[in-house]
Design a protein around this ligand. Structure first.
Ligand code: GUN
Ligand code: FE
Length: 421
């Protein structure tokens, strides 16, 4: 048992913050066992860490990011999705056949997630088994949680990123045998890149792998209008892009997360609600690639689960705090056009990034009892010049703070320092 004392903020529900000034959190076996305004007598003998006037909040979850696009972060913003993939993304991902390159870049990437306070990640790797294994080992070594996908693709991409279905299945099976352990922090996720990159045989094989091993699935959905038209041509039998995934067992038959969903509506939206498919909303990516603006309010109103993703390198920002700001700003532009879609509030954006997203990993993203203690300690003394309220202090940190203000990071109850990383 260990007690942490600080100004505690989290979101049990999306509409308001739970705020406990100078409060206490009791943590045992990596889990929250109680949050208190005053320490109960029975806990008075337990060891305590006092963070003074600092803020203690749930850690961030990045629900969609491409680890092998790390080198391209912040460059090559001059094309839309499909030519962007061909010209910038596929050539970079091809380099991950080289495990020495992968090790160097993935190490920088994991450290940068840590720096930004992201303790759980849902990541795409590449088609390469050995590089994917290295990325998984790096997350394990860091002590940070991740679903890592060996990417499967076998059409409309360069030969360097193409595999036979048999090889893809065999590579997946090897990684699954090594990493699919109950309660493991780092686990595999079935990852067909998207419909245009996967033949029906590859999609079918991915659906079968997910079912056989009861593993989650991630992919991309309805991101760009050219992409959607292409999928219609490739899958004429399907009533929507989402329905195409559904037919291959890749849409909620096991826990599923779909990036973007910018143009999702009608039947596809209803299918997501019914199948409990989570949207990874990636506002910076959608802006940079001129994809459009997904309506998070529509997802919330429809009861479709949502989290936030950086989508490096479509997105240029790894900080999920900044993703909250972009999500709010985009929602305000949408509200300008349609007043029935209220813009997101700060507590809603925070809840989406923490408790809503965290549900994909289990009991993660809140400080309610039995939640895993994933937490950040924020020293905002430099930003707090004038007795702001605790909520305004958090808001100011989210808007204008950065990693320099994150002074401690915890994942599953353990402080993560990367001291021997
Ligand atoms: N759709 C298929 N692959 C990708 C990718 O790497 N990035 C984004 N943003 N969309 C994709
Ligand atoms: Fe993506």
């Amino acid at each position: 048992m260990h007690i942490y004392k600080a100004n505690i903020l989290f979101t049990k529900v999306k509409d308001k913050f739970d705020i406990i000034p100078n409060g206490y959190i009791a943590v045992e076996n990596g889990k929250v066992v109680g949050v208190y305004e005053r320490l109960p007598e029975s806990l008075c003998g337990a060891p305590i860490t006092d963070f003074g006037d600092k803020l203690l909040i749930p850690a961030m979850n990045d629900m969609h990011v491409h680890a092998p696009q790390y080198r391209n972060q912040g460059i090559a913003m001059d094309l839309e999705l499909l030519p962007w993939l061909d010209n910038y993304t596929f050539p970079e991902e091809s380099k991950y056949a080289d495990t020495a390159y992968a090790k160097r870049m993935y190490k920088l990437f994991v450290r940068d997630l840590w720096r930004n306070g992201t303790m759980r990640t849902v990541a795409f790797a590449t088609i390469h088994r050995e590089s994917t294994r290295l990325l998984m080992q790096l997350f394990q070594k860091a002590g940070m949680g991740a679903f890592v996908g060996k990417v499967d693709m076998d059409r409309n991409c360069p030969p360097t990123l193409t595999q036979t279905v048999a090889d893809a299945v065999s590579d997946n099976e090897q990684l699954i045998a090594e990493f699919d352990k109950e309660d493991a922090l780092v686990r595999p996720i079935i990852t067909p890149r998207f419909i245009p990159s996967c033949t029906p045989e590859m999609l079918r094989a991915c659906g079968e792998l997910a079912k056989k091993h009861n593993l989650p699935v991630q992919s991309h959905l309805s991101e760009n209008r050219g992409e959607i038209a292409w999928v219609k041509d490739l899958e004429p039998e399907s009533s929507s892009y989402g329905d195409a995934y559904f037919r291959y067992g890749l849409f909620g038959q096991t826990p599923t997360i779909m990036a973007h969903c910018v143009w999702t509506e009608g039947e596809e939206l209803e299918l997501m609600r019914r199948q409990r498919v989570m949207v990874a909303h990636c506002p910076t990516s959608n802006l940079n690639l001129s994809s459009g603006m997904a309506s998070v309010r529509t997802f919330l109103q429809a009861g479709v689960p949502v989290g936030l993703g950086s989508d490096i390198s479509g997105g240029h920002q790894l900080s999920i705090f900044k993703m909250m700001v972009y999500a709010i700003e985009v929602s305000k532009m949408q509200y300008c056009r349609d007043k029935s879609k209220a813009f997101l509030t700060l507590s809603e954006a925070f809840w989406i990034a923490t408790k809503s997203a965290g549900s994909f990993f289990g009991k993660v993203g809140s400080f309610e009892n039995d939640y895993e203690f994933d937490a950040l300690v924020i020293d905002d003394s430099e930003l707090n010049h004038d007795n702001y309220s605790l909520q305004h202090r958090l808001e100011r940190f989210i808007y204008i703070g950065d990693d320099r203000h994150i002074v401690h990071r915890f994942c599953r109850g353990k402080e993560i320092t990367l001291s021997d990383f």
